[in-house]
Design a protein around this ligand. Structure first.
Ligand SMILES: Cc1ncc(COP(=O)(O)O)c(C=O)c1O
Length: 394
């Protein structure tokens, strides 16, 4: 399948000071917060040993985020951590002193009254915001881009959010959520940054480090040699890449960033290599709904520019194959139900490992029999109709 790759062109991949923010200390704090929720459990890390043998590498591990808080996606890690931090800040206290049972206490509502948290989302982030607001006895408003799946909207509404699908693409939906939040006094909890709006997306990225820290712990502390990460606005990829760069230092894993060719803003920005961000505008038609973001988060780009090794733009078929392989494992390997965005980076890793057409790319990425690969299946079947259509081929 046709994929396009651009390698990092400046620097040598040395972690910059920015990555330290998302290192083990932050991950410890974020995890302590997440652990305070009764629903918390580390998600499973599957060792796909038979697949690794078939693909001629040492190991392939996939973190199954479909099990996260019963929400079928990883995103709640960021949204909940940001909401917790917003509340702690309003109360002029440290989040470490505000675990779940305190955040849900009468005291918070007495002091702060009722808050409304707003966001724009393709589905997973909004579900995390709606869930957290609901668990904390607060309100949420969620805007979704044109074409969002009815099931994803229904799941968000079921958590009590005032949710609707707009006539706009993702980036314009974010602008609408921002404008309405300013007008109505809502707290905007957006998972992408822009000049003057960096604190909350920064917290969201910190929240994602829980997922990376769990994975490293489940690997027994042994760093993978390669981490494949899918990017929408890039907050997840940057947080996880920064975590591994902070832990690994000079020995950090090779980091590969994966995007749909319809929304490949990081790929375009890296390819242009002119110090400017290159956005994708207009309608973005990809099955990878969670990755259909045309504007990179500048916070994410600052990190990925320093510590990603390769940016890849790829067609839907690569993600679809990833979904089918994860859902139909070899031998005794675990079955993972992985959605369109969830399977993107895994699909790409398999594509490079197994298609001789990508031999040069494989070599440049130093992928060989010694490689220990880590991927994150960031969602399950969040749009079940589409999942079946893709996996059953109907
Ligand atoms: C399942 C899934 N994976 C990955 C991503 C990408 O995360 P980010 O937008 O932080 O790059 C998203 C974003 O919504 C998502 O829903």
């Amino acid at each position: 399948m046709k994929i396009q790759a651009v390698y990092k062109q400046d620097g040598n991949g040395k972690p910059s000071g920015r990555v330290e923010r998302f290192g083990p200390e932050t991950a410890k704090r974020a995890r302590r917060f997440h652990e305070s929720f009764p629903e918390y459990q580390p998600t499973p890390l599957a060792a796909l040993d038979e697949l690794a043998k078939w693909a001629k590498v040492t190991s392939i591990h996939v973190k199954d985020e479909s099990r996260r808080f019963g929400l079928n996606a990883f995103k709640v890690l960021g949204g909940s951590y940001a909401i917790g931090n917003c509340i702690a800040k309003k109360l002029r206290t440290d989040l470490a002193k505000m675990p779940f049972e305190k955040l849900t206490g009468a005291d918070v509502r007495e002091k702060l009254g009722s808050l409304t948290f707003a966001t724009a989302t393709d589905g997973n982030h909004g579900r995390g915001i709606a869930w957290t607001a609901n668990r904390l006895g607060q309100k949420s408003v969620v805007y979704m881009p044109k074409g969002s799946a009815a099931e994803r909207l229904a799941n968000i509404r079921a958590l009590g959010a005032d949710a609707s699908i707009t006539e706009l693409n993702y980036d314009d939906t974010v602008r609408l959520a921002k404008a309405d939040s300013e007008k109505n006094g809502w707290v905007l909890v957006q998972d992408t940054a822009w000049p003057g709006y960096e604190e909350i997306p920064g917290y969201i990225m910190e929240g994602y480090t829980t997922m990376a820290a769990e994975a490293l712990e489940q690997l027994g502390g042994t760093l993978p040699t390669h981490v494949f990460l899918q990017a929408g606005v890039g907050s997840m990829a940057a947080a996880v890449a920064a975590y591994f760069a902070a832990v690994g230092g000079e020995d950090r894993p090779v980091i590969v960033i994966v995007e749909p060719d319809q929304a490949d803003c990081f790929y375009r920005t890296a390819a242009a290599n002119d110090g400017k961000i290159h956005a994708v505008t207009g309608e973005m038609r990809s099955i990878m709904a969670g990755l259909c973001c045309g504007e990179p988060s500048p916070l994410a780009w600052e990190i990925l520019r320093d510590c990603a090794d390769c940016f890849i733009s790829m067609p839907d078929a690569v993600a679809a194959r990833g979904m089918r392989i994860l859902g139909n494992p070899l031998g005794g390997d675990a079955r993972i139900v992985s959605g369109e965005s969830g399977a993107a980076a895994f699909g790409l890793a398999i594509e490079i490992l197994t298609d001789p057409a990508h031999a040069r790319l494989k070599e440049k990425l130093r992928l060989d029999e010694k490689s220990r690969i880590l991927c994150f299946s960031t969602e399950g079947d969040t749009d079940r109709e589409n999942y079946r259509r893709i996996v059953w081929g109907c």
